[in-house]
Ligand binder design. Structure first.
Ligand code: ADP
Length: 370
């Protein structure tokens, strides 16, 4: 395409020329011009600094002087674009310095036209991005290091929880034998307490094992059709049985609704949400469970009247090992229950979220396709 350039008076042209020359001489970027055949016609001081060749050494040479052998095809691509009047913008590549060193650069190449608009060459602005590149590489290295440490930590959690499970199972076995032999009522009470603590410890160890399985992509589900109402009722019964003073009411007009998934894992989520509802509600003795069915999904909500969760923490609570700062200091925990619940629900193609008002209580919702 032919283009015309504005004709300037000779004074204006001289002034403009001088200004351009000053800009080129002081630029931090290498500014190089070349013919369409690739012969270098100008070479500014920044090009000397970056590539190591003086103006005298570079002008008159072919641009391949600074192109590594394996990238020589790039020149044909660039010249192809320039000949059609197109600009090549911020092309990141590598060029060769005088000492044979590789220099990462970002290059912009534009066509140079004569007074009639005919393309006669190309001007190339090259920015040395070594530092930028080094910082990207450093970040990538740090990221890799962090990932490695994290993998090691996950591996340790997995191994430790696995090792802890074996003695726990045998303690539980011995406590069961003891339960059959002890006759004194007081002793039976102590034994009951010990067994409760062992169960609590087992559940923590199992959760930790699940967390490490998620990290390793090995958390497996056994999928079948199950009645969600039955799973909700069983979880409520279990928690009510262990917390006599607490009243949990189920609100639902669903009596039977089959969904596909891992019933045990879904029960684990409901138990976890109910346990939290009790743990984080020191002044209250009731919670409500809502179960409804609409447009291809089932929705379960667990509402408590406890300490609530600040609005800016409502999504963070589902992260691994996250605990809200203002959590009751008396409630101990590892911050993994909601992380596990989130993983289980999303792996069932559902959603889980929380709504809350600080000081008034929280509702945890999850949906599952059905
Ligand atoms: P844990 O309770 O063991 O710390 P979770 O993953 O179950 O771990 O919960 C993460 C955090 O979310 C808790 O530490 C607590 O700060 C907050 N949280 C969870 N459930 C509730 C709730 N029902 N009411 C108030 N805060 C809650």
């Amino acid at each position: 395409m032919e283009r015309t350039v504005p004709i300037l008076s000779s004074n204006e042209a001289d002034e403009k020329q001088a200004m351009l020359a000053a800009i080129i001489a002081t630029s931090d970027d290498a500014i190089i011009s070349k013919t369409l055949e690739g012969m270098i016609t100008s070479w500014n001081p920044a090009a000397e600094r970056i590539f190591g060749y003086t103006e005298k050494e570079a002008v008159g040479q072919h641009i391949s002087l600074i192109i590594p052998q394996e990238r020589i095809d790039e020149e044909a691509h660039i010249i192809g674009n320039i000949s059609k009047g197109n600009k090549v913008d911020h092309f990141e590549t590598v060029r060769l310095g005088k000492g044979g060193n590789y220099i990462p650069i970002s290059v912009t190449v534009s066509p140079i036209m004569d007074r009639t608009g005919r393309i006669i060459g190309a001007s190339k602005i090259a920015r040395d991005i070594s530092e930028q590149q080094a910082s990207i590489e450093e970040k990538a290295r740090l990221y890799e290091q962090l990932k490695e440490l994290n993998d090691k930590k996950d591996e340790f959690i997995g191994l430790a929880s696995h090792e802890l499970r074996t003695p726990l199972t045998s303690i539980n076995g011995y406590l069961q034998i003891l339960a059959q032999r002890l006759t004194d009522e007081k002793d039976q009470q102590f034994l009951h307490k010990a067994r409760q603590q062992v169960l609590r410890l087992s559940s923590l160890v199992n959760d930790l094992l699940d967390v490490s399985k998620i990290g390793a992509g090995k958390l497996q589900f056994s999928v079948d059709n199950f009645n969600i109402r039955q799973v909700v009722d069983e979880a409520v019964d279990l928690i009510s049985h262990a917390n006599h003073n607490y009243k949990i009411t189920v609100h639902s007009d669903v009596s039977e609704l089959l969904i596909s998934g891992d019933a045990h894992r879904i029960e684990q989520v409901i138990i976890n949400l109910l346990t939290n509802a009790i743990r984080y509600s020191p002044g209250s003795l009731c919670a409500e469970v809502h179960l409804s069915h609409m447009a291809g999904e089932v929705k379960v909500g667990i509402r408590d009247h406890g300490i609530g969760i600040p609005a800016d923490k409502l999504t963070e609570i589902f992260s691994r090992f996250y605990r809200v700062d203002n959590s009751l200091s008396t409630v101990s925990g590892l911050g993994i229950g909601l992380y596990l619940s989130h993983e289980i629900i999303t792996r069932h193609q559902g959603n889980i979220w929380a709504e809350s008002e600080s000081g008034k209580g929280s509702t945890f919702w999850f949906t599952l396709p059905c």
